[in-house]
Design a protein around this ligand. Structure first.
Ligand code: AMP
Ligand code: GLY
Length: 418
C-alpha cells in the first residue's frame, strides 16, 4: 500500500518512521518532507494546500491513503475534497475540524456535551463594549483567545486589565485578521497540562500513550511560547484515577458528541487537558497529532500504525488491541538560535554519525548536496527510551551535545515538573 504523509516536521518524520515498519506499507511519499523523511521515503514538492495537485499526484502514484500532519489542510477541507474519490484521508472533515479551527465552536461543543472546561463568553465587534465591561469585572489573569487559527499566537494570558482591554480591542480590529473577528474570553485554569490522544472512526475510539509537552523557550517554562521544545511519555501524575476521569468526563462524551452532531471524524482527537485540584479540564481540542508529542507517542506504540489507520477506515477501531511499550520515551528539540523570534537558516549540521541509542526525527532540516542544513526554527527532535524518565532524558542530552550547528539551543530541563 502506498501512503502520502502531508507535512514537513518531526511529527511527519515520526509518522514515516513508524509506517515504514509496517509490512502492509509499500511506498511512503512525504509532501513536502525534510532531510529526515527523505531517508525513509520519497519527498514530493507539493503545496499542502493545493488539493488538486495532491489528488493528481496520488492518482498517478497509486496512493491509497493520505495521512495529514498539520491542522491547516484539515481545517481547509482536505477530507471533503477526497471524500468521493478512491483515496482515503485519515483525518476529520472540514466541519469536524472546527473543533480545532474555531475556539467558539469547541466551547459550544463542550458545553453541549457537559465536558469540563473553563467558563467563557464570546464577543465580536458588535459586542465590544460588553466585552470590555466583562474584562473589567473579571478575575485576573484574563485569557483572550482568537476564535480562528492564528499560527499558535492567538491565545493571550494577561495580568493587567487595561492591557487586556487594549489587546481585546486590537484583536477585534484585526490583529489576527479574520481569526480574531470573534474572541473567546475565558476563566484562567491554574494547574498542570497534559495531552491525551485518541484515534476514532467516529463511533468508537482507542487511546494512544499520554504525553506532556514543554512549550516555552526557556528553562523552567519561562519566556516565549514555541511550537514545543520537548515531551515526555508516559506522564507519571496521570495515574489510574485521573485517567479514568479523563475517559469518563472527557473522551467518552467527546466521541458521543461527535456522533450526536453527525460529524465525519476518522483520525486523531488530541485533547489538551489540564489537571486542576485533581480533576481534568479541556484547554483545547486539536484535530491532529501534536508536535513534539508524536515523537514520544509513536515510539511507545508497539502496534502496527498502518493497521490502526486501516481499522479506522473499516470502522472497526474498537476491535483492535493497542500495544504500548512500558518504557519512558522523552524528546528534546534542538532549535535555531533566536527562535521563536527571528533566526537564520542554512547552517551546516554535523555529528549525525556520532548519535547512539537515540532516534532522530528531523523537523526544520534540508538536504544540501551531501550535507544537511537547518531550515527552520525547530530543527531536530532527539528521542530516547529509558526505564525511568531520567535515564531517557540523560540519553537525549548526551546525543543533543553530539549534533552540532551554529546557534544550536535546547532546553535541558524537559520533564522538570514530573
Ligand atoms: P491553546 O492555543 O488553546 O492551546 O492555548 C495555548 C496555551 O495557553 C495552552 O497550552 C495553555 O498553556 C494556555 N491556556 C489556554 N487556555 C487557558 C486557560 N483557560 N487557563 C490557563 N491556561 C490556558
Ligand atoms: N505540541 C502542541 C501542539 O502540537 O499543538
Amino acid at each position: 500500500m502506498n501512503i502520502l504523509v502531508i507535512g514537513s516536521g518531526g511529527r511527519e518524520h515520526a509518522f514515516a518512521w513508524k509506517l515504514a515498519q509496517s509490512e502492509l506499507c509499500k511506498n511512503i511519499f512525504i509532501a513536502p518532507g525534510n532531510a529526515g523523511t527523505a531517508q525513509i521515503g520519497t519527498n514530493v514538492d507539493l503545496s499542502i494546500s493545493d488539493f488538486e495537485a495532491i489528488e493528481k499526484f496520488c492518482a498517478s502514484n497509486g496512493v491509497e491513503i493520505i495521512l495529514v500532519g498539520p491542522e491547516a489542510p484539515l481545517v481547509d477541507g482536505i477530507w471533503d475534497h477526497f471524500k468521493d474519490t478512491e483515496i482515503y484521508v485519515f483525518g476529520p472533515s472540514k466541519e469536524a475540524s472546527r473543533l480545532e479551527g474555531s475556539k467558539a465552536y469547541a466551547k459550544e461543543f463542550m458545553l453541549e456535551n457537559n465536558i469540563p472546561t473553563a467558563s467563557y463568553k464570546e464577543f465580536t465587534i458588535d459586542s465590544k463594549e460588553e466585552g470590555i465591561d466583562y474584562i473589567r469585572k473579571h478575575d485576573l489573569p484574563i485569557v483572550l483567545k482568537a476564535d480562528g487559527l492564528a499560527a499558535g499566537k492567538g491565545v493571550l494570558i494577561l495580568n493587567d486589565r487595561e492591557e487586556a482591554v487594549a489587546e481585546f480591542t486590537m484583536m477585534l480590529e484585526g490583529k489576527f485578521g479574520e481569526a480574531s473577528e470573534r474572541i473567546v474570553i475565558e476563566q484562567f485554569l491554574d494547574g498542570i497540562e497534559f495531552s491525551v490522544f485518541a484515534v476514532t472512526d467516529g463511533e468508537g475510539y482507542k487511546i494512544l500513550p499520554i504525553a506532556k509537552d514543554y512549550k516555552r523557550i526557556g528553562e523552567g517554562d519561562t519566556g516565549l511560547n514555541t511550537g514545543g521544545m520537548g515531551a515526555v511519555s508516559p506522564v507519571p501524575f496521570v495515574d489510574e484515577e485521573l485517567y479514568e476521569k479523563v475517559i469518563k468526563h472527557i473522551i467518552e462524551p467527546t466521541i458521543k458528541g461527535i456522533k450526536t452532531r453527525g460529524l465525519d471524524y476518522h483520525g486523531f482527537v488530541f485533547v489538551g487537558c489540564i489537571r486542576v485540584d485533581g480533576d481534568p479540564y479541556v484547554i483545547e481540542y486539536n484535530c491532529r497529532m501534536g508536535d513534539p508529542e508524536t515523537e514520544v507517542v509513536l515510539p511507545r506504540l508497539k502496534s502496527d500504525f498502518l493497521n490502526i489507520m486501516l481499522q479506522v477506515k473499516a470502522g472497526k477501531i474498537t476491535e483492535l488491541e493497542i500495544e504500548k511499550d512500558d518504557r519512558f520515551a522523552t524528546t528534546m528539540m534542538l532549535v535555531s538560535g533566536g527562535y521563536p523570534e527571528s533566526y537564520s537558516k542554512g547552517k551546516l549540521m554535523t555529528g549525525f554519525d556520532k548519535v547512539e541509542t537515540s532516534l532522530l526525527f528531523h523537523s526544520g532540516t534540508k538536504q544540501a548536496g551531501d550535507t544537511v542544513v537547518t531550515n527552520g526554527g525547530r530543527v531536530l527532535a532527539i528521542t530516547s527510551y529509558g526505564t525511568t524518565k531520567e535515564e531517557a532524558l540523560a540519553n537525549c542530552k548526551t546525543n543533543a551535545e553530539r549534533i552540532e550547528f551554529e546557534g544550536k539551543y535546547y532546553r535541558t530541563d524537559i520533564g522538570f515538573d514530573l
